[in-house]
Design a protein around this ligand. Structure first.
Ligand code: ADP
Ligand code: MG
Length: 227
């Protein structure tokens, strides 16, 4: 069994406000590769902070994070950026697509940023759009698409650089429940077919049916699992 995520005693304290905010207080976590895991918890429980730390967008105050055996604190800024581009795909609640670019261009741009050779980009972008069922929508811009379609483009973009870890923050938060189910089923299929590890932060009970494991975050700690 390959370990995708290994977190030890992770704490994250925000000190920007008058009073320090302890967002994560001693999180320990181990997730096997290929798992689709839901991270649940009320608003303010620390889900976004944890995802940001796992993806190297934010740094722990104390504690260590290893992703596929790579200890993130050993990487300097440049190495961390390169690691993120190669190993992690991010998906957000509000899709985050560039409005002036087509679906195809949104995906292709990500490959360009990740340094994928020109000759390979076209095939890979089309393959990813195909995987999310949007081949026929490649030339459409985000505003011509439904929310569910836009999120599919975002998923195609996230998997384009062939990451081993997908971090999805409230990825179904703006979708109606039928569309949310389609997106959850898509995540499930992607995790299985590509041996990708997916961590989805959500407070939607719909996700339980689709994931391999549910983790509960409470006040910055992983709550013991109910039997
Ligand atoms: P969730 O995603 O579960 O809603 P967050 O990780 O966003 O939780 O927030 C966890 C806690 O950290 C909350 O109390 C929130 O107010 C606080 N927090 C989040 N981001 C910041 C920040 N940049 N500065 C100060 N406090 C923050
Ligand atoms: Mg959040």
């Amino acid at each position: 069994m390959t370990t995708a995520i290994h977190v030890q005693n992770l704490e994250r304290v925000y000190r920007s406000a008058a009073e320090p905010v302890v967002a994560l207080r001693g999180v320990n976590l181990e997730i096997a590769a290929g798992q689709f895991v839901a991270l649940k918890g009320r608003s303010g429980s620390g889900k976004t902070t944890l995802l940001n730390c796992l993806g190297g967008l934010d740094q722990p105050t104390t504690g260590t994070i290893e992703v596929y055996g790579r200890a993130l604190h050993t990487l300097d800024d440049q190495a961390l950026t390169r690691w993120r581009q190669q190993e992690v795909g991010f998906i957000f609640q509000s899709f985050g697509l560039l409005p002036t670019l087509s679906a195809y261009e949104n995906v292709e741009l990500m490959l360009r940023i990740a340094g994928v050779a020109k000759g390979e980009r076209n095939g890979r972008a089309r393959e990813c759009l195909d995987m999310v069922g949007l081949s026929k929508w490649a030339d459409h811009r985000p505003y011509e698409m439904s929310g569910g379609q836009q999120q599919r483009v975002a998923i195609a973009r996230a998997i384009a650089n062939r990451p081993r870890l997908i971090l999805a923050d409230e990825a179904t938060g703006e979708l109606d429940s039928e569309t949310a189910r389609e997106i959850l089923a898509l995540f499930q299929a992607i995790a299985r077919s590509r041996d990708l590890t997916i961590l989805l932060a959500s407070h939607d009970s719909l996700v339980d049916e689709y994931v391999d494991e549910v983790l509960h975050l409470e006040d910055g700690q992983i709550a013991p699992q109910a039997a």
